[in-house]
Design a binder for this molecule. Structure first.
Ligand SMILES: Cc1cc2nc3c(=O)[nH]c(=O)nc-3n(C[C@H](O)[C@H](O)[C@H](O)COP(=O)(O)O)c2cc1C
Length: 242
């Protein structure tokens, strides 16, 4: 695919995937793309774990992500409840592409403290995670940090470059991808994942979890609205739009 086309085609695919395996040749292409991501001093401070084993995927899918009120409110801040709202603000996520529990929480905020509600949300989440071809875990190697006072910031920027390369390469191969970050916000959940995957916790920080696979309804992508260039590109001075 042409580069400009691919950049705009890349999408978060939050739908149900099949369990069809991704051929190793395609996984290799995805990892080759990650391999060539720019990093400070070419330090390459990342490791990737690809999980294909169904039993391990099941175990990982059961790691909880219960959100508290503050986190839920944070989600709502970026959730757009109509196409018009999204069109106007040009940032944020259309509510229809998010799990239904977000809408339930909006309609009934007291559910945030309801164990049964979170059990149900977790079951649905696990089902989605289990229906994938594989999971990818991207780790930041803290020992390979960058130079000077911004050391970890450089490293974490590199992980962003790795993320984008993985995502573009996957979508280019017709493989859908979704980042799943809920667990990353819960320290106990991160610990559980490190344990399941046998990751040395002092050296590595878990940065990204990708669900990869083939969508049941390929092409049912979410919305693709962005700010206009004039809203964020400046010429010569901040006050001057490009
Ligand atoms: C660091 C990061 C974390 C994200 N976490 C999630 C997530 O947990 N669940 C999810 O569905 N999307 C997640 N996303 C996807 C964004 O919501 C998505 O990229 C954005 O809404 C634009 O949509 P698009 O990817 O379809 O272009 C994440 C993206 C980034 C960069």
């Amino acid at each position: 695919m042409d580069f400009q086309e691919l950049v705009k085609y890349r999408r978060s695919s939050r739908y149900l995937y099949t369990q069809k395996p991704i051929p190793d040749a395609h996984l290799r292409k995805i990892f080759e793309a990650a391999r060539y991501a720019p990093t400070p001093h070419n330090s390459q401070p990342f490791e990737i774990i690809v999980v294909k084993d169904k039993d391990v995927i099941k175990q990982l899918s059961e790691v909880g992500f219960r959100l508290d009120k503050k986190a839920v409110d944070g989600h709502f801040y970026w959730t757009r409840f109509s196409d018009e709202e999204l069109e106007n603000k040009r940032t944020g996520v259309q509510v229809d592409v998010l799990p239904k529990f977000i809408l339930d929480l909006k309609e009934n905020p007291s559910l945030v403290d309801d164990d049964v509600f979170w059990d149900r949300a977790m079951k649905l989440y696990s089902y989605f995670v289990q229906n994938c071809s594989c999971l990818l875990f991207v780790l930041y190697d803290k020992s390979l940090r960058g130079v000077g006072p911004l050391h970890h910031v450089w490293g974490i920027l590199s992980i962003g470059a790795v993320m984008q390369n993985i995502w573009l390469a996957a979508n280019d191969l017709g493989i859908s991808a979704e980042l799943i970050s809920g667990q990353l916000m819960v320290p106990e959940s991160v610990q559980q994942i490190l344990q399941i995957l046998d990751i040395p916790k002092d050296k590595y920080r878990l940065m990204l979890i990708f669900r990869l696979g083939y969508e049941k309804k390929f092409g049912t992508w979410g919305t693709n609205i962005r700010r206009e260039l004039k809203d964020f590109v400046h010429l010569d001075r901040f006050s001057n739009p490009f």
